[in-house]
Ligand binder design. Structure first.
Ligand code: TUI
Length: 312
């Protein structure tokens, strides 16, 4: 399946893995890349040296292209940005901010830069400062989100920029991929379905929470603090939303979330952990390999779009 994204990144299928903090490590990234997509290591809130190690491990597990996702709210971002250049990473995606100040160094080193955006304004700014593509991420996505849905964000971003657009938020099968293409996307990014894949190293309790989730089981915490985060509903989300409603101070809310994602991913604490996941979790019912997820998504999308199979 050839699109501007497969050409830009030198990959077989225009499918990118979301940069999920603590979830997207070397094994998941390599599995997605080996299956013909673009695997990503998420720097999340981790130290830069952890990212360097993960890059080196991923290189041992795949000879295909892979990337690194930087969460720009992480105070280590500056150091991670340097590690990316030093380790010869080919692709970087960014989240939760604007990567403008790193752009010149990355471009000079030949790194392809794909910022994740949640608005037309940021997409245009990213194109102006040299981004190679953008991920337009709707608020169906898990984790840190913007205001707009994928349905309205993707076509508006596609109209506003000349660089290729990758759609994200609410996609986990060929129907979602075909829909994204109809909206003007040239590729898709999926997160939640890869978090629940066989190769994902997250705690089995977290994985089971995704597999058990129903359509209406996610909540958005932090709207009042300006850091909206989509998670699966649990004790932690309920407590947070109650505190938020009662006008609790920012510090108290932050205290409740601090380290809570790691608690869910590594310790399997599904009560007090932050179970970040997208609204599409309700559709994900079984643990599948990344290769199965990618090949079935692409062949289903091809069938829907032109009635041919991916291999013809
Ligand atoms: O970044 C994400 N999703 C994330 S990051 C993350 S890690 C985290 N952990 C604990 C607490 C907080 C975060 C979990 N999920 N997606 C990409 C994304 N970026 N969605 C929305 C945005 C965004 C929002 C506003 C990007 C830029 C922006 O404004 C930048 C500007 O300067 O205008």
């Amino acid at each position: 399946m050839k699109t501007e994204i497969t050409e830009l990144l030198g990959i077989e299928y225009p499918v990118i893995q979301g940069g999920m903090a603590w979830v997207a490590e070397c094994h998941l990234a390599a599995a997605v890349s080996n299956a013909g997509g673009l695997g990503l290591i998420a720097a999340g809130g981790a130290p830069a040296e952890w990212v360097r190690e993960q890059i080196r491990e991923t290189k041992k597990l795949t000879d295909k292209p892979f990337g690194v996702n930087i969460m720009l709210m992480n105070p280590e971002s500056e150091k991670v940005a340097k590690v990316i250049v030093e380790e010869g990473v080919k692709v970087v995606t960014t989240g939760a901010g604007s990567p403008e100040k790193y752009m010149a160094d990355w471009k000079a080193a030949g790194v392809k830069v794909i910022p994740v955006v949640a608005s037309v304004a940021l997409a245009k700014r990213m194109e102006r400062c040299g981004a190679d593509a953008v991920v337009a991420e709707g608020c169906e996505a898990g984790g840190h989100i913007g205001e707009l849905t994928t349905m309205v964000l993707v076509p508006q971003v596609a109209d506003a920029v000349n660089i290729p657009v990758i759609a994200a938020g609410g996609i986990a099968d060929g129907r979602g991929m075909a829909a994204a293409f109809m909206l003007g996307a040239k590729g898709i990014q999926m997160g939640t379905v890869f978090a629940a894949s066989k190769e994902s190293v997250i705690h089995e309790n977290y994985k089971n929470s995704i597999l058990k989730a129903k359509d209406i089981d996610s909540r958005v915490t932090g709207r009042s603090t300006g850091h909206p985060i989509r998670v699966l509903r649990n004790d932690m989300a309920r407590k947070y939303l109650e505190l938020e409603k009662s006008g609790a101070p920012f510090e108290e809310l932050e205290q409740l979330t601090l380290g809570s994602l790691r608690k869910a991913v590594q310790e399997g604490d599904t009560k007090n952990g932050s179970l970040m996941a997208g609204q599409i979790a309700g559709m994900i019912k079984e643990e599948r390999t990344c290769a199965d997820i990618i090949s079935s998504t692409v062949s289903e999308a091809c069938k829907l779009m032109n009635g041919v199979s991916a291999n013809e």
